[in-house]
Design a protein around this ligand. Structure first.
Ligand SMILES: C[S@@+](CC[C@H](N)C(=O)[O-])C[C@H]1O[C@@H](n2cnc3c(N)ncnc32)[C@H](O)[C@@H]1O
Length: 456
């Protein structure tokens, strides 16, 4: 491929004898990767080979997955660059934490974070670009998690509204994208020698807001998919100079990973604790990752004293709506899926969105929580999102279909069934993987697969 001349001379200067190997890697083959999703039941039962484990990521594998496969559609696998998947691994998301992914679309890191949280705590996934935020929501819904919010906000507005409430913040920053050159040759057309410095300005603005949102004792994970020192080590050096309460923490270095280069910034030896993934050393497109801690004592989350009372509350639903939802939930799983106080109605749409989560009053959101379904006149219609969040073993009303029926359903077709089970809503499964709701009406299963996601 043809790389920009200024790019070549810059890395010849920076990498000296190694430059030739680095530049040649842009013409080398691309090794693909994917992740499994531990939120799913029997999550290792996929049609893809798990023979080549990626050593640096618990759920990562070498190999290529198709976006049109059952495993992908049901949220069992996520295609991701092998270097990009190290960022969320470094973040080490834990159940119960409050985590903000500030530049989150299309959702590679967000899905990985939320899949590690076992539905406990909260992931706020934010994306400034509305179209990209919609794709982010789609990917999070497929993950089957129930503890996330999807926002379409500027980092500044989030900081203004919330203050320091997060245990961890991931800033996977918009960058000059030099790591994308090999996969997407078009990416070189945006690049000129001044572009990294322009990106660095924007990165600093984003980071200023991120630090206003991070709790004392909290962790900031900063990453880019570029090799430019202006956007990597020099940004971390700037953070350390501007914010004396920040310190760099070491990151586990696997074979093929390089240390950050203090000599490409201000010489601070702590920059060696950051990680560089170069395509001529590591099987991936390329990334930079830094882990920082805001020194200080974390203040424990306030626990509401009204807890007992709140449990009996019914969110903002009418009694009739609450009864419709509860009847649906009882029929489906034999119990109430969520406490009624944690339900939130927005227009006719019902969400799981606990009141203990941060307020969304002045913020643009796509999902204030897990979308459960919609009230239509005097009935409740469950969402595709809820189907993906359920574990088939917990559901009483399951209809199993064959792979060819699955293919038919995701194309938007009605299925026929010989089942004598009563009419109503069923979780449809294929190979024991829940993939959608269908409505049984006598010998037909009416199609409720979302139009925008249909396979054509
Ligand atoms: C590198 S991509 C994020 C990739 C994502 N973390 C993933 O793993 O799938 C950076 C994102 O930052 C968004 N972005 C651009 N300008 C921004 C800004 N000023 N503040 C926040 N995000 C911004 C872009 O729209 C883009 O989606």
């Amino acid at each position: 491929m043809e790389l920009p001349k200024d790019f070549i001379s810059k890395y010849q200067r920076l990498l000296a004898t190694e430059a030739e190997e680095f530049l040649a890697a842009f013409d080398g083959p691309v090794e693909k990767g994917f992740r499994l999703n531990p939120l799913k039941e029997n999550y290792q039962a996929v049609a893809y080979s798990l023979a080549k484990k990626a050593p640096h990521v618990k759920t990562g594998y070498y190999g290529e997955v198709s976006g049109r496969s059952l495993d992908h559609q049901a949220g069992y696998v996520y295609s991701q660059d092998l270097s990009a998947m190290y960022v969320a691994e470094v973040a080490d998301a834990k159940p119960g934490e409050w985590i903000l992914d500030l530049c989150a679309a299309p959702g590679g890191k967000s899905t990985q974070l939320v899949e590690a949280m076992a539905n406990q705590g909260l992931l706020v996934a934010n994306e400034i670009n509305k179209k990209r935020a919609a794709i982010l929501a789609e990917n999070l819904e497929r993950s089957g998690a129930s503890n996330y919010i999807v926002l379409n906000e500027s980092p500044q507005n989030l900081a203004k509204n919330w203050g320091p409430i997060f245990d961890k913040i991931i800033v996977d920053a918009p960058c000059s994208g030099e790591g994308m050159f090999r996969k997407d040759h078009q990416a070189t057309s945006y690049w000129d020698k001044d572009y990294p410095a322009e990106c660095a300005k924007r990165q600093k603005e984003i980071l200023k807001s991120a630090l206003e949102l991070l709790k004392p004792g909290g962790k900031l994970i900063y990453s880019t998919c570029t090799f430019a020192p202006e956007e990597d080590e020099q940004i971390v050096a700037w953070l350390l100079a501007e914010y004396p309460d920040l310190r760099v923490l070491p990151i586990k270095q696997y074979p093929g990973m390089d240390q950050g280069r203090p000599d490409w910034a201000d010489g601070n030896p702590d920059l060696e604790k950051t990680i560089r993934l170069f395509p001529h050393h590591f099987k991936g497109e390329g990334h930079f990752v830094a882990l920082l801690e805001k020194v200080g004592q974390a203040v424990p989350k306030k626990v509401s004293k009204k807890k007992g009372k709140a449990k009996q509350a019914k969110g903002n639903l009418s009694l009739e709506q609450l009864e419709l939802w509860q009847a649906f939930s009882q029929e489906l799983v034999g119990t109430d899926l969520f406490a009624s106080a944690d339900l939130k109605l927005v227009g006719d749409y019902l969400y799981y969105s606990p009141k203990t989560w941060p307020r969304l009053a002045n913020l643009r959101y796509l999902r204030p929580g897990l979308l459960l379904g919609v009230f239509k006149k005097k009935r409740f219609e469950p969402s595709y999102t809820l189907a993906l969040a359920l574990k088939p073993s917990q559901v009483k009303r399951v209809l199993a279909v064959s792979e060819s029926e699955w293919e038919n359903y995701v194309k938007g077709n009605v299925l026929t069934t010989t089942s004598s089970q009563q009419n109503g809503w069923y979780l449809l499964t294929c190979q024991q993987k829940g993939f959608a709701f269908g409505k049984k009406v006598n010998q037909q299963i009416k199609n409720f697969f979302p139009k925008a996601l249909r396979f054509y």
